[in-house]
Design a protein around this ligand. Structure first.
Ligand code: 13P
Ligand code: SF4
Length: 324
């Protein structure tokens, strides 16, 4: 059986990539519409190239909260755009493709969480930010992969923790903090496709290259990594490495950010057993053309009932305060 060979990304040419005509049009439009464009690290190269800020879930939540423009174009998935609306409700929040969801968020419907809480009212719910506004509204505090240990360490010692919805991230945080936690049985469909065998084949082809992996990967994959961290922390870690080649075990869009901010290094996108380059189909629903069209038309707009927004804001604010 033959397996896909990992995709290798050499350093960008000096001076970076030239802007396309469509990118120039989007930049002009965002100025005309008083919009700020926030993009997750997993977005396409051409979207990252015109964004005002590219970052991880935590950085994006802070940027959304501080945004002064009348419109926030959120290039990411639905729960991220919802988060922007929750923390900055007077802004219009646009999501270029309203169908950009998340398998992890879908694994924890609000009704199921409400039932778990009703069965055990003592539970302290720590919710990974990858969940819906309705689920956030039922949670005690939110975390991201960048601050999860810090947040879990602040939870009152006498409360049993239910960590939702990512069991892989939860297991990683439990090991790091030594705090026992009940784990929701959810996962990211994209990150669990990385396998130890695929990573070992990649390492054999690039023996000098250290491996960085996202905590949404399975424990068996994380155990092979030299560093496990959020996408934001990957940037500094890659910069600090002596090796000129690094194996990146997360959604492949991350490599666009790394190539721009960590020049002169080669990045190898860890493959799965079936695919040379692992992409999240939801993140890739946003395209530069859709960014252009949503700016032009002022939709699709993310909205939610004010009662849900208010209830979801409290645990989000707690996170921003605890991780400052
Ligand atoms: P971070 O942005 O926290 O690194 O998480 C990655 C992710 O999977 C978001 O959906
Ligand atoms: Fe959700 Fe995974 Fe896609 Fe992130 S990469 S948006 S966790 S499905």
């Amino acid at each position: 059986m033959s397996y896909p060979i990992a995709t290798v990304f050499p350093p960008l040419p000096a001076g970076g990539l030239p802007l396309s005509d469509l990118q120039k049009k989007v930049i002009a439009l965002k100025k005309a519409k008083d919009a700020i464009i926030l993009a997750h690290n997993y977005q396409c190269e051409d979207i990252q190239g015109i964004a005002d800020y590219v970052g991880d879930s935590l950085g994006l939540a802070y940027k959304a909260a501080a945004a002064q423009n009348s419109t926030i174009v959120f290039c990411g998935v639905h729960f991220m755009a919802e988060t922007a609306k929750i923390v900055n409700p007077t802004r219009r929040v646009l999501l270029p493709d309203m169908d950009a969801g998340c398998s992890l968020a879908d694994s924890c419907p609000a009704e199921k969480l409400a039932a778990a809480k009703a069965a055990n009212p003592e539970l302290y719910v720590v919710a990974y930010i990858n969940c819906s506004a309705a689920v956030k509204a039922l949670s005690d505090v939110i975390c991201t992969s960048g601050n999860a240990s810090k947040i879990v360490n602040r939870v009152p010692a006498d409360r049993p923790i239910l960590f939702i919805p990512d069991q892989n991230l939860g297991r990683w945080v439990a090991a790091k903090t030594g705090r026992a936690m009940q784990l929701w049985p959810g996962n990211c469909y994209a990150h669990v496709q990385f396998t130890p065998a695929a990573l070992l084949r990649t390492k054999a082809a690039h023996p000098q290259a250290p491996i960085v992996a996202h905590p949404e990967c399975t424990e068996a994959v994380r155990d092979l990594a030299d560093r496990v961290c959020s996408t934001e922390l990957m940037v500094d870690w890659c910069r600090s490495q002596a090796s000129d080649t690094i194996i990146v075990t997360t959604e492949a869009g991350m490599i666009h950010r790394l190539r721009r901010e960590v020049p002169n290094k080669t990045f190898v996108a860890a493959p799965t057993d079936r695919c040379a380059c692992n992409e999240c189909k939801f993140m890739k629903m946003n395209t530069l053309q859709k960014v252009h069209d949503c700016l032009l038309n002022g939709q699709p707009e993310v909205t939610m009932p004010e009662s849900i927004r208010l209830a979801a804001e409290a645990p989000l604010r707690r996170m921003l305060e605890w991780s400052a």
